[in-house]
Design a protein around this ligand. Structure first.
Ligand SMILES: NC(=O)c1ccc[n+]([C@@H]2O[C@H](COP(=O)([O-])OP(=O)(O)OC[C@H]3O[C@@H](n4cnc5c(N)ncnc54)[C@H](OP(=O)(O)O)[C@@H]3O)[C@@H](O)[C@H]2O)c1
Length: 284
């Protein structure tokens, strides 16, 4: 199935995976609604096909604006065929060094925001007789890893919400629900990640810099969406193996992640609480 002339709403379209997805959708001829906070970055994406783009900037946690924003999105073409909840923020801090406010922010941006937007769009999709919903979770939404307790919690939570929603709407209303599970993709995710104090990390890490090209990730996601795959896995190497081990034979995986935790505890002992640490191989 092609998305030509379909109306596709992408959050987090101002950079990384969302930007690459928006570019790929526009290349296919889709009508694309571009959201994120940075209006200029969204406008730059829209510039490749202004007549098929609607720039709709908002902070994903600004829930009070959602009814008006959904109305605006709906009025643009009179339908919304696919909503991709992609906006998100990651974490790079040990639980011992992480403020409660950081957990709150991760739950807001990575769990409650996609839930709130989906809840606001859902009645329109039912009204129009079908559609597609997607969320970008993570390998960390299936596998618990060090330095990401809040991120893993929020990314596991979206898997639960969207799988539950799928049970309610797939057959009943013809609404497809896809959960996207990337491993490391080369974007600003690590640089923008929260440290234990809530400050942005400000630098990337080796996993992400050696990760999958966002354009390659976007093509895998596009194929998965067009086939209405339930789980769309965008991972390779150890991260793909971790996903498979978690589902089939988790104990050896728990041993590997515990060793990584021990290594990080050693770094913390040497460098002090709150030291900015780099994740090892089994991380996303
Ligand atoms: N890259 C990876 O290795 C990886 C792996 C697994 C999962 N993921 C997930 O993939 C998704 C996209 O991340 P990315 O890798 O492309 O990272 P990114 O380059 O940092 O992009 C994050 C996007 O989310 C938007 N965003 C963040 N906070 C927002 C907020 N409060 N309100 C509105 N928009 C917000 C940003 O837009 P503005 O700054 O304009 O607001 C940006 O477009 C995230 O959900 C992430 O968790 C990424």
């Amino acid at each position: 199935m092609s998305y030509a002339a379909k109306v596709v709403w992408i959050t987090g379209a101002s950079s990384g995976i969302g930007e690459a997805l928006a570019n790929a959708m526009l290349e296919q001829g889709a009508m694309v609604i571009l959201s994120g906070r940075r209006k200029d970055a969204l406008a730059a994406v829209a510039a490749q096909a202004p007549e098929r783009s609607l720039v709709l900037p908002f902070d994903a946690t600004d829930y009070a604006r959602l009814p008006a924003l959904v109305e605006q999105a709906w009025q643009w073409q009179g339908r919304i065929d696919l909503l991709i909840n992609n906006a998100g923020i990651s974490q790079r801090s040990l639980a011992l060094d992480t403020a409660f406010a950081v957990y709150q922010q991760l739950i807001e941006v990575d769990y409650l925001a996609p839930l709130a937007l989906t809840q606001a769009v859902l009645p329109r999709m039912v009204e129009q007789g079908g559609g597609q919903l997607a969320v970008v979770s993570s390998v960390a939404g299936k596998v618990g890893t060090a330095l990401r307790t809040g991120y893993c919690g929020a990314k596991h939570a979206v898997v639960g919400y969207f799988e539950g929603l799928r049970a309610e709407v797939e057959e009943a209303y013809g609404i497809g629900v896809s959960v996207i599970l990337p491993g490391s993709v080369r974007t600003g995710i690590a640089k923008n990640a929260l440290e234990g104090s809530g400050a942005a990390r400000g630098r990337s890490d080796a996993n992400i810099e050696n990760g999958i090209d966002p354009q390659v990730a976007a093509q895998t996601i596009l194929k998965g969406l067009s086939e209405r795959q339930h789980d769309i896995v965008v991972a390779e190497g150890m991260e793909l193996a971790a996903l498979q081990m978690r589902a089939t034979d988790p104990e050896p995986l728990f041993k590997i992640t515990a060793k990584e935790g021990a290594r990080l505890a050693q770094v913390r002992a040497e460098q002090g609480a709150g030291a900015s640490v780099d994740p090892g191989a089994v991380n996303q």
